[in-house]
Ligand binder design. Sequence first.
Ligand code: NAD
Length: 374
Amino acid sequence: MASVGIGLIGTGYMGKCHALAYNAVGPTFGDVPELRLEILADRTDEIASQRSAEFRFARHSTDWRDVVADPKVDVVAITTPNALHREMALAAIDAGKHVYCEKPMGLSLQDAIDMAEAARRAGVKTLIGYNYLHNPAVLHAKALIDDGAIGRIVGFRGFFDEDYLADPDLPYSWRCRVDEAGTGALGDMACHLVSIAHFLVGPIAAVMGDIHTEHDHRVGTDGSAQSGGAVETEDLAHALLRFRSGVRGTLASSRIAWGRKNHLAWEIHGSTGMITFDQEQMNELMLFRNDGDPARHGFTRILSAPVHRPFGQITSGSGHSIGFNDLKIVEVVHLLRGLTGQQDLHPDFEDGLAIERVIHGIARSSVDQRWVEV
Ligand code: NAD
């Protein structure tokens, strides 16, 4: 494949993040295959035509099936709400397209099983938008762990807290419904944490979960109780984790944690040290090593710099900071290299299914009040 034709479905928050990355990947990385912005779709002609011009796509449509059917499209990018991922991904795979899908994979574990199975059978390539994995700081943490900088891994602690539904007076929305969102804090946030845990520590084998909806009823957009509804998805998720390697861990996620904006934070405990990270300070890692004079012990703050690849391709200034949208550029270069056979794509639908097994396992464990093997 000399060049890659992209078809984008959905042009909201994540659609724009994708479009920024598609337009920036060439100038940022230079040595990447050509990317053609062929066609995008959104629900109304007004939005689709406006976004098409802004995002520099050649064509637009109000029917996402036009994207899937377009002969110039090699990869279908899905950035629509969760309830649409399964149908769109299966149609794209059926048409022989590669699929680049935002997380979570779908509403249910069965959705993810069906999507992984279809991709396997068709032999198409897939990538899921777990963009936090592409942070040079996270990649450096992986290199430190692999180099033995903290010894043998003995523990994992993970948090993902935000406050986007902390106000109990915020109105009822699609995020409150199982048939629209699938899950709450689990599928929206904790899945990112699981992707990090799988990348840095290894596969999770069993979970003991507890999920809870604190604000279990919300008013409608007109402020009245009658037009509101019962909240079906969880505000909070907690879990004990057992990794396949025997490592123990914990995970906690909340969408009602006042003051937290993107507190995707984790600690990897090792036999000789520890690494910690918080996405709200996404350009730094903290490293503790139990060596040297104990009087001088303390965490070292490692600020992202060109030496931490691929930071230098985004900015050549040490400590000059990259941002959330830059992670998508790194993800897109990975996509292009994967599609042109230069590297394997991860996390693909198989990796994504393993993540879905964990989050749905936590929900199941909470209901059954027992450990669940995932
Ligand atoms: P959004 O509401 O901002 O955007 C969704 C877009 O899809 C809108 O433009 C909407 O008009 C469009 N759409 C809806 N139905 C459609 C249809 N039938 N055909 C074509 N377009 C349609 O939502 P968002 O925040 O961008 O979230 C989208 C997805 O991205 C979700 O699955 C979410 O979980 C995921 N997401 C991922 C990250 C990340 O860090 N990777 C962050 C936020 C959201």
